[in-house]
Design a protein around this ligand. Structure first.
Ligand SMILES: [Fe+2]
Length: 128
């Protein structure tokens, strides 16, 4: 997601360029913090986090897009789907972690769900 957000950040065009450019930057900064927090959580519990791009590509649920210019509306529509996927993934992980009694993982996922739900509200309101 971090790389895809950079693609959209660099290649957005149109009247909303500045706001979408800044919005995607804020999102890639935050998604990187989420990514790091999950890896550190894994280390705390003795799990080796994935560190290879090939592993990320194999496991990714967010689909890549080829680099090109994107209208502001296209960026928002792409993000709308991707953020829904992130929320669904986090809810699924939260539910599994809850079943296993992994309270720290539940709390990490709740934080991500809350963040992405707020971003989805911004995105949905902008697309209307
Ligand atoms: Fe940038």
């Amino acid at each position: 997601m971090t790389f895809k957000l950079h693609n959209l950040h660099w290649n957005v065009t149109g009247l909303a360029f500045k706001s979408i450019h800044e919005f995607t930057e804020m999102m890639y900064d935050t998604t990187f913090l989420h990514f790091d927090a999950v890896a550190e959580h894994q280390k705390i519990f003795g799990v080796m986090p994935d560190c290879k791009l090939s592993d990320y590509l194999e496991k990714a649920t967010i689909k890549e897009v080829d680099p090109r210019e994107f209208s502001s509306l296209e960026v928002l529509q792409i993000l709308q789907e991707d953020v829904k996927t992130l929320i669904d993934n986090a809810k699924d992980i939260k539910s599994k972690a809850d079943g296993l009694g992994w309270t720290e993982a539940v709390s990490l996922m709740e934080e991500q769900i809350a963040y992405h739900s707020k971003q989805l509200w911004f995105i949905n309101s902008s697309v209307k």
